[in-house]
Design a protein. Structure first.
Ligand code: CA
Length: 376
C-alpha cells in the first residue's frame, strides 16, 4: 500500500454571535481537514490545529514528499517530514501540518487492520472519558455576571461534572465572575480557569490568590508559553495546579517544559503538537516526570475523535485502584462545522463520552458538509 495523494479541506462558517477569549474575538470558525488517499482505496482523515490557510500551504509542501510512501510507516514518515524541515520549523505551522498528516495515517492504519487506532497503540486503557465543558467566553452584550452564571448552570444541568471559564479580560470582573460561578454550581462540580496567557507572573499570582479558595481545578496558560520562569513562579506561589501546553510542540519542546518543572498538567493539542504518534511519546515522557496529561482539544469532530483515540491509551499517572483519569476537553461554543463533518456526531451523556470503537479514528466523514463549508 502506498500513499497516492493528499487533499486539503479548508472549511469556514460564520457565527451568529461573536465571542471573545483574552486575545481575540471570534466571528467565524475555521477548520482544516487533511485527507490522505492510498493506492488501494483507503482514505484517512486528520485535522490541523492552527491558522487553516497557512497550514494548508505547508501541506502543499508535504504533498510531493508523501506520494509513494508507505502509510503504515508512521514513525518513519514523521521523522522524515520533521527532519526534512527541521531547520525551518521545529514549532508552529510545520508541526501543526505534520500533526494532521500523522492523524490521517493512524486512521488509515486502523482501517487497514480493521481496528480502532487505540488498539494499535496498546489500548484501550479506558473506554469512556469524563468530558469537561469548554465555554464561558465573553459576549458583546449583556452582564457577564449574569450570562456566564446562566451558561455554567446550563452545563451543570446537562450533566457536565466539570467546566472551564475564560479569564484575562477585566481583572476585577474576572475575580467576581469566578466567584459567582463557583457559588452557582456548588462545590461538587469541577471549575478550571484559562487566561490564554493574558497575564505576567505578577498578575497571575495576584489573581490566583484571589480565587484560591474557589477550589480551582487548574489555572491554564497563566503566562505566555515562552515564559517558563513565569510558569515556575506561578506554580511555586499558588496551591492551584498550573496547566499549559497548547502552544508547545513535539517531544523536544515538552522535554524542556518538563525539565523546567514549569507545569503540573500538560495540555498538548494532538492536532498541533505532532499528532497521535508524537503525543503518545509526550504522554509517556510526562508519565516518567510524574506530570498529568490532559489533551487540549479545539476543532471539529475529527480533532475530537483523534483526541479520544489518544485518551484511550494515556497511562495512569500513577496507577492505583482508583487512579486520576484524564478528561476530554469538549468545546461547547458555537461551531457550525464541528459535528456537521461527521455522519454520526460525538455526544456526551451526563458528561461522559465513549471512545469510538470503529476502525481508525472511528468516524465517517460527511462529504456534503465539506462542500457546504468549503472556503470559496
Ligand atoms: Ca486554553
Amino acid at each position: 500500500m502506498k500513499i497516492q495523494d493528499i487533499h486539503v479541506h479548508v472549511l469556514e462558517a460564520a457565527l451568529t454571535q461573536p465571542f471573545a477569549y483574552s486575545q481575540a474575538w471570534y466571528d467565524t470558525r475555521a477548520a482544516l481537514l487533511v485527507e490522505v488517499v492510498t493506492d488501494d482505496g483507503l482514505v484517512g482523515w486528520g485535522e490541523c490545529y492552527g491558522p487553516a490557510r497557512l497550514n494548508a500551504a505547508v501541506l502543499e509542501g508535504f504533498r510531493p514528499l508523501l506520494a509513494g510512501a508507505d502509510p503504515l510507516a508512521t514513525d518513519l514518515i514523521w521523522q522524515s517530514l520533521y527532519n526534512g524541515f527541521r531547520d525551518h520549523g521545529q514549532k508552529g505551522l510545520l508541526v501543526q501540518a505534520l500533526s494532521g498528516v500523522d492523524i490521517a495515517l493512524w486512521d488509515i492504519k486502523g482501517k487497514h487492520f480493521g481496528v480502532p487506532a487505540h488498539r494499535l497503540m496498546g489500548g484501550p486503557v479506558r473506554e469512556h472519558v469524563r468530558a469537561y465543558a469548554t465555554g464561558l467566553y465573553r459576549r458583546r452584550d449583556g452582564d457577564p455576571l449574569k450570562y456566564l452564571v446562566e451558561e455554567a448552570e446550563d452545563y451543570a444541568a446537562q450533566g457536565f461534572t466539570a467546566m472551564k471559564l475564560k479569564i484575562g479580560f477585566d481583572y476585577d470582573q474576572d475575580v467576581a465572575v469566578t466567584r459567582a460561578i463557583r457559588e452557582a454550581i456548588g462545590p461538587s462540580i469541577g471549575l478550571m480557569i484559562d487566561a490564554n496567557h493574558a497575564y505576567d507572573s505578577v498578575a497571575a499570582i495576584r489573581f490566583g490568590r484571589q480565587v484560591e479558595d474557589c477550589d480551582i481545578g487548574w489555572f491554564e496558560e497563566p503566562v505566555p508559553p515562552e515564559d517558563l520562569a513565569g510558569y515556575r513562579a506561578v506554580r511555586a506561589a499558588l496551591s492551584i495546579p498550573v496547566a499549559g501546553g497548547e502552544a508547545e510542540f513535539t517531544r523536544f519542546g515538552f522535554r524542556d517544559v518538563l525539565q523546567a518543572e514549569a507545569i503540573d498538567i500538560l495540555q498538548p493539542d494532538t492536532c498541533a503538537a505532532g499528532g497521535l504518534s508524537e503525543c503518545k511519546k509526550i504522554a509517556d515522557m510526562a508519565n516518567a516526570f510524574g506530570v498529568r496529561y490532559n489533551p487540549h482539544v479545539w476543532g471539529t469532530g475529527v480533532a475530537i475523535a483523534a483526541s479520544l483515540q489518544l485518551l484511550a491509551v494515556l497511562p495512569h499517572n500513577p496507577p492505583s485502584l482508583n487512579p486520576t483519569e484524564p478528561m476530554l476537553e469538549f468545546d461547547q461554543t458555537e461551531h457550525p462545522v464541528r459535528m456537521a463533518v461527521l455522519t454520526e456526531p460525538i455526544r456526551h451523556e451526563n458528561g461522559v463520552v465513549a471512545i469510538p470503537g470503529g476502525p481508525g479514528l472511528g468516524i465517517e466523514i460527511d462529504r456534503d458538509a465539506l462542500r457546504r463549508f468549503a472556503l470559496a
